[in-house]
Write a protein that binds this ligand. Structure first.
Ligand code: S3P
Length: 436
């Protein structure tokens, strides 16, 4: 249910077995790659969040036939490689950096004009990181603020492959270039400082596209059209993270989340929790459509603060808001560094988390590239706000669910961008949540 405000109170023990929505990153890629295949793809387990819905809507505007939103499985009738048609209107990606950045790569190589935009948060996020390398491939991309902010206007043209070394570890940058590379002449190679999530590479390989990986360098070239293959999207570890944290923090709790993607580029949070003394187990490991999955069981734990190892930062990147909230309950100090990317997410997550958790009584220090969180101080429910950031809203809800008093969170509609089922799931586990 979509709610503008949420009120949360401490609950009795959280217990149960749940399933989280399909992984958001994989859902975007499933839709986009299915739209470029030859033939129809059935996609099961797709995320129903607003971000993925916007990608589906953009694809429809590009002439791709997709069954009604919410049908399960969803059917995508592929337009073939390079088969999109010029859209009549603006493509609106809402809040989604993944949607706009990945689609920009392919649009740059389709011979027509398109305009890509999004909500006021997305229009503030950096687009230079994709526009610049795409221009090196020959792309014609204009945009606000010297071509660095959305709306972006793209005049599609023939692209040539390049070798690109990205200054940031970003799956969106890497994927944007690889998707452009599908239609470019010659070979496209991207490298990054550390390995970011590799769902694009895995899905392309599953579909039979020759993708070569060497460390953090990924190459493809001379790609020929592929036949559609049905796709199954595993549960989102970034959604499971909230339920796992809730289980660790509440007394006498045990929660199992089934069918979660445990791709090693996504499981940093669970590793960090274990290093903090958290009882988190990954069971029944298996593989679906080239992605490792498992059931995750978490139970009440006594946590201690740690320095988050730098090499775990890319694998934990979307979980820092919930990690910051979790660290309030650990003994000692937790230090997150090397995570300056947090400043250009759906909100400046370093600032918003420091600011909002302080309202609950948390002691946090903002660092240029991270946060220092002193755990173990008394906390109490208070009025706080999401800053339009879904992961901030849910992190505050988890913290509010294990402290005395009532936590009121303003502006919670954003939760629907990734996890519309969040509030119901929390209630099902025994959480006390009121929405208005
Ligand atoms: C994503 C990549 C990451 C992540 C985002 C989803 C993706 O962003 O934070 O939520 O699906 O490729 P960056 O590429 O900006 O690191």
């Amino acid at each position: 249910m979509s709610a503008r405000h949420a009120r949360v109170r401490a609950a009795a023990a959280l217990r149960g077995t749940v399933q989280v929505p399909g992984d958001k990153s994989i859902s975007h890629r499933a839709l986009i790659l299915a739209s470029q295949a030859r033939g129809s793809t059935l996609i099961s387990g797709l995320s129903r969040g607003g971000d993925v819905k916007n990608t589906a809507r953009a694809l429809r505007r590009l002439g791709v036939a997709i069954s009604p939103w919410g049908s399960a499985p969803l059917t995508v009738r592929g337009a073939g490689l390079g088969g999109w048609r010029e859209p009549e209107g603006v493509l609106d990606f809402g809040n989604s950096g993944t949607g706009i950045r990945l689609m920009a790569g392919l649009l740059a190589a389709h011979p027509f004009f398109s305009v890509l935009s999004g909500d006021r948060y997305l229009r503030r996020r950096p687009m230079r990181r994709i526009a610049e390398p795409l221009r090196l491939m020959g792309a014609r991309i204009a945009g606000r603020s010297g071509g660095t902010l959305a709306p972006l206007a793209i005049e599609g043209t023939r692209l040539s492959g390049i070798e690109y070394r990205s200054p940031v570890a970003s799956a969106q940058v890497k994927s944007s270039l690889l998707l452009a590379g599908l239609l470019a002449t010659g070979e496209t190679a991207t490298a990054e400082p550390e390995l970011s999530r590799d769902h694009t590479e895995r899905m392309l390989r599953f579909l039979g596209v020759d993708v070569r990986v060497d460390g953090t360098t990924v190459r493809l070239g001379g790609v020929r059209e592929w036949d559609a293959r049905d796709l199954s999207v595993p549960g989102d570890p970034s959604a499971a993270a909230f339920l796992v944290a809730a289980a660790l923090l509440s007394p006498d709790a045990e929660v199992t989340v089934r069918n979660v993607c445990v791709n090693p580029t996504r499981t940093g949070f669970f590793e960090v929790l274990r290093a903090m003394g958290g009882k988190v187990r990954l069971l029944k490991r298996r593989e679906v459509c080239g992605e490792p999955i498992a059931d995750i069981t978490a139970s009440s734990s006594r946590l201690r603060g740690i320095d988050v190892p730098a090499e775990l930062v890319p694998q934990t990147i979307d979980e820092f808001p919930i990690l910051a909230a979790t660290a309030l309950f650990a003994r000692g100090t937790t230090r997150i560094t090397g995570a300056a990317e947090l400043r250009v997410k759906e909100s400046d997550r370093i600032r918003t988390m420091a600011h909002e958790l302080a309202k609950l009584g948390g002691r946090l220090r903002e660092l240029p590239d991270g946060l220092e969180i002193e755990g173990g101080h008394p906390l109490r429910g208070a009025a706080c706000a999401s800053h339009g950031d879904h992961r901030v809203a849910m992190s505050l809800a988890i913290a509010g669910g294990v402290i005395p008093g009532e936590t009121r969170i303003a502006d919670t509609a954003c939760v629907d961008t990734s996890f519309p089922e969040f509030w119901e799931l929390m209630r099902g586990l025994g959480a006390k949540v009121a929405l208005s």
